[in-house]
Design a protein around this ligand. Sequence first.
Ligand code: ADP
Length: 156
Amino acid sequence: RDEFRIALGALEIWDKTVSDVMTKIEDVFMLPTSARLNTKLVAEILRMGYTRIPIYEHDRNNVVSLLFVKDLALLDPEDNVSVSTVCNFHQHMVRFVTEDTPLRFLLDEFKKGDYHLAMVHKLVYADDADPSYELVGLITLEDIFEEILQAEIVDE
Ligand code: ADP
């Protein structure tokens, strides 16, 4: 029955897109490049429990880097190092997908193994300006797995 459910879940992601399963931007834990990695902030980061944290410059719509919690391992909170210093050192690449990307495309992309987290954006059209991107969420491989595993079997 479990195998059947997983097969069903795999079928279900066929017609779903990134926006159906992503974590919405207002729920994403992010930090600015200017933040200082002091004891208080490191404690907060650990309390949140995420492995990867999007880093923005000036406003939350402008994600420029990722901070991995493991990057903090050799850091001395007494040094008050800034997030930008750590990010410039590690240079983890931020990947973007548009919200209407079919989940099966992103799953194929994640399967290649280069990255397992992407920021989600959408194109917004304005009458008096060029179209621009607006950040709307974050998606990881885990979100796709969850979608596959939670498929419900509706009995006749
Ligand atoms: P983690 O290893 O950080 O727990 P996962 O890839 O296992 O990340 O994802 C677990 C859930 O947490 C997913 O729903 C994902 O969208 C969400 N998530 C991952 N990173 C963040 C973050 N920085 N802020 C908010 N949600 C996040």
